[in-house]
Design a protein around this ligand. Structure first.
Ligand code: ATP
Ligand code: MG
Length: 335
């Protein structure tokens, strides 16, 4: 007898209202049992209730098996009391691993043979946001923080992930040659830990060379782990390798909670028109199924998305004229 998964759904802002219902429709067609709990977060929530992540939302995320998040936007100007919803949730729930797969799907511009996952440390590095300005603005300093603890748990996560994959290969991307104390601590911690995973072929690679190799021969990468800022940059590069925002999925994973979300934002320019491509959110839902241990359903879902991406109907961003719901229904039918 299969179990019922409790899933928290957060639409957020803009096209979040369109892509989350589309992903829900597809999840319901997988044959698995779900109990969906809706929660709110983001700019629209802030405007309505004065806080972008109400406490009730945190409780719902914490009490469900996993969360699927649409998109949350931030205003361009500083608004007193406002904070970015997803950044807040990463910190609040200690979602230390930002996981971004880059895998070939049949969309324009995608490089065949690419099947890699970037694992970005999500809690420290330059993102501790400790900046200071001196001498009337002539000098500015930003701290970067690396701890053995955070390096060790991200290393552990990446090594375990590599173990689940056919090639069992891990690249540790770093700049320890220039920053031996901070980057060196990260690198050595992960390499030390890799000794406990002799089946994983672990190697280190300097981040700049890594960037070049990713462009020249992306198919030789499997799992890639790196510090926060490098991961931010490299994961956009790898998203670009496989066709960009339309299909880029991600997960924010902690020990007790996980939030899956498309890489794209709220796309205010097309919001409300019903034409957003829900593929990235549906592929994020497939990652969520993997996280829940439903690997077979996750693969079926990915194959269904691929079949529709290949044969249509496609949304306008991929040159088609289908709307969000038509695409989702086609994926559900392909399932
Ligand atoms: P935000 O501030 O929420 O990040 P943004 O203005 O940066 O919003 P993005 O969502 O990052 O917008 O999108 C960048 C561009 O890509 C926009 O032109 C948007 O319409 C397009 N885009 C993003 N996601 C999708 C999608 N799912 N389907 C179709 N087009 C998309
Ligand atoms: Mg954006």
């Amino acid at each position: 007898m299969s179990r019922t998964y409790k899933i928290c759904l957060i639409e957020g802002d803009g096209i979040g209202h369109e892509v989350i219902p589309a992903a829900r429709l597809v999840l319901e067609a997988t044959g698995l049992k779900f109990d969906f709990v809706e929660a709110e977060a983001g700019w629209e929530t802030f405007e309505r209730v004065g806080i972008s992540v109400p406490e009730e939302t945190v409780e719902k995320i914490a009490s469900t098996d996993a969360t699927l998040f649409g998109a949350a936007s931030s205003p361009n100007k500083k608004v007193p009391g406002f904070f970015g919803a997803i950044r807040y949730l990463r910190k609040r729930l200690d979602l230390f691993a930002n996981v971004r797969p880059a895998k070939y799907h049949p969309v324009p511009g995608a490089r065949e043979g690419v099947d890699l996952i970037v694992v970005r440390e999500n809690t420290e590095g330059l993102y501790v946001e400790q900046e200071r300005s001196y001498l009337g603005g002539e000098l500015a300093i930003a701290d970067t923080v690396i701890t053995r603890k955070a390096s060790s748990r991200i290393g552990e996560y990446a090594l375990k992930l590599a173990m689940t994959r056919p090639r069992k290969q891990l690249h540790v991307a770093h700049k320890a040659n220039v920053l031996p104390l901070t980057q060196g601590l990260f690198l050595n911690t992960v390499l030390e830990q890799a000794k406990n995973y002799p089946e994983v072929k672990t190697q280190d690679i300097i981040i700049d060379n890594c960037a070049m190799q990713l462009v020249i021969r992306p198919e030789r990468f499997d799992v890639l782990v790196t510090t926060n800022l490098f991961g931010d940059i490299i994961s956009d590069l790898t998203a670009g390798l496989v066709g960009g925002l339309g299909i880029a999925a991600s997960g924010n994973i902690g020990l007790d909670n996980a939030i899956f979300e498309p890489v794209h934002g709220s796309a205010p320019d097309i919001a409300g028109k019903g034409i957003a491509n829900p593929a990235a959110t549906i592929l994020s839902a497939a990652m969520m199924l993997d996280h829940l241990g439903e690997h077979e359903a996750a693969r079926r879902l990915e194959r269904a998305v691929d079949r529709v991406l290949e044969n249509g109907p496609r949304t306008p961003d991929l040159g088609g004229d289908a709307n969000t719901e038509t695409f989702a229904k086609a994926v559900a039918a392909a399932l």
